[in-house]
Design a protein around this ligand. Structure first.
Ligand code: PLP
Length: 407
């Protein structure tokens, strides 16, 4: 008999966004004239910048000629992109990462999900709570957890992120985990970690032979000097961390699809007999076997982000989103709400002083504003909502006025 992977049945239905969509459409049906403003989405709203568009047009023209046509590319990514990423994202910041440690992909979500294939089934996984659900669900699918009980899976270590630890838990709560997923700036809380906080994780991982999977998808939003953009800013991180990068929020590539993963040379996990096994060749093997590369056109577009024009244009777009966040944070703070995030992140994490879903309903029904209830990101998200800065200025200003009236 053909059996399914029973682990899939453990996964909680994607209750959060389905339920939001259901409530929003019911509200719209009951109020057809309501102009709903969506501040729940994590998708960008501004178009690709000029430097990227020009580079992609040129790449299409390349593909139209016999001389410059590109078919299958290298599975790890074209050297032109890996070299620019290594230089601008790391070496120019004094970080020791080489082009051949960078693996270009079609985005960070796939890499965050695929990386766990490299590890044994018995490894102990630690995740934040609240959390970006991909880290959890991919490990559930792989059979590394027990059943879900009240929103938490047996066998996972949950690192509570709340006001008591400034939404940045430390390794003292990691309970012997072999792998910890860290994400800063964080989705959903918008919190950032200081170098000292990350260094503690790196020291812990090296001491315990554990691995940090560091998701830096939102690093381009960091504006406060001294806040690390990369885990490799910490001493010793090359021997205990893999980092995920994404052009989605950096440069509006959510639809174009491109990102990369850094796997340093010399980074190891262990075989059953205790002998070290290098992860970089394993990831190379995984990618060359199962992935055929991001398209040439896409990678030429990503390369253009690193040109002086591309850097200036992408920074301007992120500044625009950050200003959206600042306007909303200022208004909510003036209304007496504690708000984490913004400033170095596109997300605001608002303490609603009550039930997440009730507050969500209130904003939907009274202000026609859609947010995301924090409870949907984990048990510790109860009592919060996430507000996204990805929207037009016009909608943000209108939303602020409506929030002022309703709250
Ligand atoms: N990591 C985090 C924390 C995210 O919030 C997202 C997207 O929302 C991703 C990764 C996915 O990035 P990509 O679009 O590159 O797949």
């Amino acid at each position: 008999m053909l059996h399914v992977n029973e682990n899939y049945s453990k996964i909680q239905a994607s209750y959060l966004f389905t339920e939001i969509a259901h409530r929003v459409s019911a509200h719209q049906a009951a109020n057809p004239d309501a102009k709903i403003i969506r501040l729940g989405i994590g998708d960008v709203t501004e178009p690709l910048c000029d430097a990227v568009v020009k580079a992609m047009h040129k790449a299409v023209d390349d593909e139209a000629t016999r001389k410059d046509f590109h078919g299958y590319g290298p599975e790890q990514g074209y050297a032109f992109l890996r070299e620019k990423a290594a230089k601008v994202d790391f070496q120019d910041r004094g970080i020791d990462i080489a082009a051949d440690e960078i693996f270009v992909s079609d985005g960070a979500k796939c890499d965050c999900g695929n990386i766990q294939e490299l590890f044994g089934h018995d490894v102990k996984i630690a995740v934040g709570d609240p959390v970006y659900p991909v880290y959890v669900d991919t490990n559930v699918m792989a059979g590394r957890t027990g059943a879900n009980d009240g929103g938490r899976y047996a066998g996972l270590v949950y690192l509570t992120c709340d006001a008591s630890n400034g939404f940045v838990p430390g390794p003292e709560s990691a309970g012997g985990a072999d792998i910890v997923y860290l994400c800063y700036p964080n989705n959903p809380t918008g919190a950032v970690a200081t170098k000292e906080q990350l260094q503690k994780w790196v020291d812990w991982a090296n001491a315990n032979k554990s691995l940090i999977l560091f998701d830096a998808a939102y690093e381009a939003f960091i504006r406060t000097p001294g806040i690390p953009h990369s885990i490799y800013e910490c001493e010793g991180a090359r021997s205990c961390a893999i980092e995920f990068r994404s052009y989605s929020k950096t440069a509006g590539f959510t639809g174009v699809r491109c990102g990369y993963t850094v796997v340093p040379k010399g980074l190891v996990a262990y075989a059953k007999d205790g002998s070290p096994v290098e992860l970089r060749p394993m990831w190379t093997r995984r990618q060359t076997t199962k992935f055929n590369g991001a398209s040439y056109i896409t990678q030429r577009g990503a390369e253009a982000i690193y040109s002086p024009e591309g850097q200036a244009q992408t920074k301007a777009t992120i500044d625009f989103y950050l200003e959206n966040g600042r306007l909303m944070k200022e208004a909510l703070s003036a209304l007496g709400y504690e708000v984490t995030g913004g400033g170095n992140s596109p997300y605001l994490w608002v303490n609603v002083k009550g039930d997440s879903w009730e507050f969500f309903d209130k904003l939907l029904k009274k202000a026609n504003v859609v947010t995301t209830p924090g409870a949907g990101f984990g048990r510790a998200g109860e009592g919060y909502i996430r507000i996204s800065s990805f929207n037009s200025r016009e909608n943000v200003l209108e939303a602020v006025e409506r929030l002022k009236k309703v709250l």
